[in-house]
Design a binder for this molecule. Structure first.
Ligand SMILES: Cc1cc2nc3c(=O)[nH]c(=O)nc-3n(C[C@H](O)[C@H](O)[C@H](O)COP(=O)(O)OP(=O)(O)OC[C@H]3O[C@@H](n4cnc5c(N)ncnc54)[C@H](O)[C@@H]3O)c2cc1C
Length: 166
């Protein structure tokens, strides 16, 4: 196997006692999350098969933070370098992240093909379209994330969105 820079470091890091302790703490917190969800009757009315994915799992749920870059995030042109996908516009999950990453790749390829002798012109053209496209998607993602998770009546807003209009 070809070694990839950073991956072996990650394996070594996971072997450190402190990292193992953090993972153990996450597992304990996960058990508390499960207890809380069950105790608070969060699953009342759920199909038992769905609730069982959490209550009957072999391991405790692992709470994971959702990270995002600010909407409208951009950077100054750096010769010979650009970003695409999550590296360029990490946003709350909205069902578009993989599409955007592939679209960015296609657009970058097209820009390079259009300027084969001028990579700076290609990267500048790519980024000029990337920034507003990413900002619009990030704004949409924030709305979707609110409907799913953050708004006061979440996830009712998401259910309403998919429900036929009355
Ligand atoms: C909970 C959740 C649900 C989601 N649901 C959806 C969905 O339904 N539909 C959708 O379209 N998108 C969804 N997304 C978003 C989607 O997963 C991402 O937007 C997409 O994977 C971004 O692709 P990427 O190639 O830019 O980055 P990544 O998929 O993160 O790829 C980056 C790769 O680089 C590797 N890497 C990192 N550092 C190094 C290094 N130093 N050396 C070598 N390799 C390295 C990583 O291991 C990784 O494999 C979801 C995201 C989350 C968190």
């Amino acid at each position: 196997m070809v070694p990839v820079e950073g991956v072996e470091d990650a394996d070594r890091e996971l072997a450190q006692p402190r990292v193992r302790a953090v993972r153990a703490a996450h597992a304990v917190r996960g058990e508390r999350v499960a207890e809380h969800l069950i105790g608070a009757r969060e699953f009342d009315g759920w199909a038992p098969q769905l609730a069982a994915l959490i209550t009957e799992a072999d391991t405790a749920p692992v709470p994971r933070p959702i990270h995002s870059l600010p909407s409208g995030h951009r950077w100054d042109r750096v010769p010979g370098v650009t970003l695409l996908g999550d590296a360029a516009h990490l946003m709350a999950p909205s069902g578009e992240g993989a599409n955007l990453a592939m679209y960015d790749g296609a657009e970058l390829g097209k820009a390079i093909a259009a300027h084969p002798d001028d990579i700076e012109a290609a990267l500048a053209e790519y980024e000029q379209a990337l920034f507003p496209r990413s900002a619009e998607a990030a704004d949409d993602a924030a709305v979707i994330f609110g409907l799913c998770c953050r708004d006061e009546n979440a996830p009712q807003g998401m259910l309403d969105m998919f429900s036929p209009a009355a």
